[in-house]
Design a binder for this molecule. Structure first.
Ligand SMILES: CC(C)(COP(=O)(O)OP(=O)(O)OC[C@H]1O[C@@H](n2cnc3c(N)ncnc32)[C@H](O)[C@@H]1OP(=O)(O)O)[C@@H](O)C(=O)NCCC(=O)NCCS
Length: 145
């Protein structure tokens, strides 16, 4: 089976992860764009071009429902940092927690981390529920130009 078509189902079987393909790129880019328009990002503050964004090979999976709709994505970087993004319509249903849990199952590591803005309550709840604990504080100084 082609890697990008293999489905990894959630426990409830209503949702699944699948390795992303280039067809998913516009959806992914749009979710990241929307996120960067909020004040919830931490270190990445500007959106690079579509081409640059997908140049780097990242271990990324889309989240779909049983209608095959794209509803979000999760990823794990080489340094074991995980990321998770859901379409607004599908938030607060526990999907994010299940998706990250499955992502870790598919990519077993001794240690994972996530960078989460203190203001991002849903993200903090999700990650802490999965056993992560806050470890450091990121300092920022904004210099007016
Ligand atoms: C972060 C995100 C993936 C969470 O996914 P999700 O499927 O909604 O998460 P879950 O439903 O599994 O859990 C969210 C929890 O946050 C809670 N929550 C949601 N909004 C909240 C708020 N404003 N204040 C406090 N808690 C909140 C929910 O009640 C839920 O907790 P509960 O199950 O104990 O009730 C989703 O909100 C998202 O895509 N956000 C935009 C992208 C983003 O922030 N990514 C993370 C970057 S670090």
């Amino acid at each position: 089976m082609n890697e990008s078509t293999e489905k990894f189902f959630f426990k409830n079987k209503n949702y699944f992860l699948r390795k992303t393909s280039t067809n998913d790129h516009p959806f992914i880019y749009n979710l990241v764009k929307e996120f960067l328009e909020t004040d919830l990002s931490v270190t990445v503050l500007t959106l690079i071009s579509f081409e640059e964004f997908f140049k780097k090979k990242i271990n990324r999976y889309t989240i779909s429902n049983d209608q095959n709709d794209l509803i979000g994505f999760v990823q794990i970087l080489e340094n074991n940092e995980i990321g998770y993004f859901l379409d607004k319509k599908f938030r607060n249903k526990g999907i994010g927690t299940e998706a990250v849990s499955l992502l870790m199952k598919l990519n077993p590591k001794e240690r994972y981390f996530a960078t989460v803005n203190n203001k991002n309550k849903p993200s903090k709840k999700l990650i802490e529920r999965l056993g992560f604990y806050p470890k450091a504080t990121i300092y920022e100084k904004i210099v007016n130009s």
